[in-house]
Design a binder for this molecule. Structure first.
Ligand code: TMP
Length: 211
């Protein structure tokens, strides 16, 4: 049996991750792959409880360090309980956000120093790393318009000032520049079909490399 691998979709809020992930899942299933969809924060029963705490808009007083450690705690549980077993069964794991989000949001946007982020992330990851991070890049103002037009309320992080989301977006772009072997950036302002076509090209290349 082939060893599985993990693809992360990440990027600006409202950039269309959910739609793209569904499209990729269908594509991979149609080719006969075993797929596991998951997300962060969340992904496990414990992780989903942590997600509720992190995103609750009624507790804006959460300290940045509490937030960082909660993301780390959820990730540790997620990897051990769900991701590693799925990969061992040869599954392709598709995860909606992962560790790159911690660098973007908690370091580049919140301003927590890099050493602290690396420490917490390393504790959570325990040596694990996804194959690729596909970043759906979009102007956060455009992303929030899309969130509003879907009639969804804003979570605690989306409720931050526009400047915060711009810093997070730039954080993804910086990470992609620094580690091009781990990141692909897609222009999410394109049509849904064009975005999905770009993503499927990347997935196909990955599948060829691993065959
Ligand atoms: P979602 O709405 O895309 O599921 O993501 C939830 C929010 O959590 C989103 O605003 C990004 C944020 N986030 C972080 O700040 N750090 C992290 O490590 C992760 C995984 C998400």
């Amino acid at each position: 049996m082939n060893k599985g691998f993990m693809v992360v979709f990440d990027g600006s809020n409202g950039a269309g991750k959910t739609t793209v992930i569904k499209g990729v899942e269908q594509y991979l299933l149609s080719k006969g792959f075993d797929v596991l969809l998951t997300r962060e924060p969340g992904g496990t029963p414990i992780g989903e409880k942590i997600r509720d705490v992190i995103l609750d808009p009624t507790t804006p007083e959460m300290s940045f360090m509490t937030e960082l450690m909660l993301f780390g705690a959820g990730r540790a549980q997620h990897i051990q309980e769900k991701i590693v077993p799925a990969l061992a069964q040869g599954k392709i794991v598709i995860c909606d956000r992962f560790d790159a989000a911690t660098f973007s949001f908690q370091h580049y946007a919140r301003g927590i120093d890099l050493d602290t982020i690396i420490k917490i992330n390393d504790l959570a990851l325990a040596g694990f790393s996804p194959e690729i991070n596909i970043i759906l890049d979009l102007d956060p103002n455009e992303g929030l318009k899309r969130v509003h037009s879907r009639g969804e309320g804003l979570d605690r992080l989306e409720d931050e000032k526009a400047e915060f989301l711009i810093k997070a977006r730039n954080g993804y772009l910086k990470q992609a520049q620094q580690s091009p072997e781990k990141f692909e950036v897609i222009d999410a302002a394109q049509s849904k079909q064009a975005v999905l076509a770009d993503v499927i090209n990347i997935i196909d290349t990955l599948l060829v490399k691993r065959s």
